[in-house]
Design a protein. Structure first.
Length: 327
């Protein structure tokens, strides 16, 4: 990990990302494998990996993540997003790279980021991203950080295009920091549209004010998953690719106290991601995937609070990790 410098906004972070990329001695595939293998040892059964696509990198990120995915094919299910971290429109050449990634079948989804506040091109970005998804039969995953009306405008634009192109069930919006600030009536109306079009949402539970209102959204039938954001990169020295820890953070920032509340945090961490990725829940019911983790604990609330070592990780009916190490 390189040394972080002060940054003011996404553009500065992206510039540091490029510097860090060119200073790395290990190729993307090797670094991606290290992170993804670590996630497996912590009990992760599936991952949606956002690989940065920009002229500074070409498609090296997508290709490196695909290499790591192939090496871990028996231990981890992976969906790859071609993610335009530097913007779709503001960085010339990015649109062509996204098109190539989709056309060549390298990715499962096309990403987008803050079409108004960062790309300054609401319709142009959304039209391009949704056109690629429609043309090549893949999904959409857009990161939306705006906390005000700009975020709501983007979300409504996503709803409109999902409906117009019949992409029901194939669209995800990550972060969605505008939703926690909405009045109940407006939240209910938007949640109804999201549920009707089966648009999924994800949160990383960054803090109390920005975490999604998971319970309210799920009452409307919206699929909500919990994710892990950047891991020890140019953006932050934190992150450990441990979803049990992330579920613990969700409980911490939302100040839950009761056993049923702790269990709900575990559920969104353990099964919400599967819902978002369109995978069956691994909930130990007859016919569910043979993916599970063995830990020493009394019950789910206690495990969420204490985060014990993952003694054994099983994926597809075979042991893939033991005592924190791949086998």
């Amino acid at each position: 990990m390189g040394v972080r410098r002060p940054a003011d906004g996404i553009a500065d972070y992206c510039e540091q990302d490029v510097e860090l990329y060119h200073s790395q001695r290990r190729p993307v595939g090797e670094r991606a494998y290290g992170l993804m293998a670590h996630a497996v040892t912590r009990g992760t059964r599936a991952m949606r990996a956002h690989a940065d696509v920009a002229p500074a990198y070409g498609l090296a990120g997508v290709e490196g993540v695909a290499e790591a995915r192939d090496r871990l094919a028996d231990a981890l299910d992976v969906q790859i997003v071609a993610f335009p971290q530097h913007g779709v429109v503001r960085t010339p050449g990015t649109a062509e790279l996204l098109t190539a990634a989709a056309r060549e079948g390298l990715v499962d989804m096309i990403g987008g980021i803050d079409p108004i506040s960062f790309d300054h091109a609401l319709d142009e970005q959304l039209d391009l991203v949704f056109d690629l998804a429609d043309r090549y039969g893949i999904g959409v995953d857009i990161h939306l950080h705006d906390r005000d009306d700009k975020g709501v405008r983007v979300l409504r634009g996503i709803v409109e295009r999902t409906r117009a192109l019949s992409l029901r069930g194939k669209v995800t919006v990550s972060h969605v920091f505008c939703l926690p600030f909405l009045a109940e009536r407006e939240l209910d109306a938007l949640a109804g549209d999201l549920a009707d079009l089966d648009i999924a949402l994800t949160t990383v539970a960054p803090n109390e004010s920005l975490v999604l209102p998971v319970a309210a959204l799920r009452e409307h039938g919206v699929r909500v998953g919990l994710g892990s954001d950047g891991v020890r990169d140019a953006w932050s020295p934190f992150g450990n690719a441990d979803m049990l820890h992330r579920a613990h953070i969700l409980g911490w920032v939302t100040d839950v106290r009761l056993d049923e509340e702790l269990t709900a945090c575990y559920t969104v961490g353990a099964h919400g991601g599967a819902d978002v990725m369109g995978l069956p829940r691994a909930d130990l019911t007859p016919g569910s995937p043979a993916d599970f983790v063995l830990v020493r604990g009394e019950n789910v609330p206690q495990v969420l609070v204490d985060m014990p070592q993952r003694d054994i990780v099983v994926h597809g009916g075979r042991v893939v990790a033991r005592n924190g190490e791949l086998v």
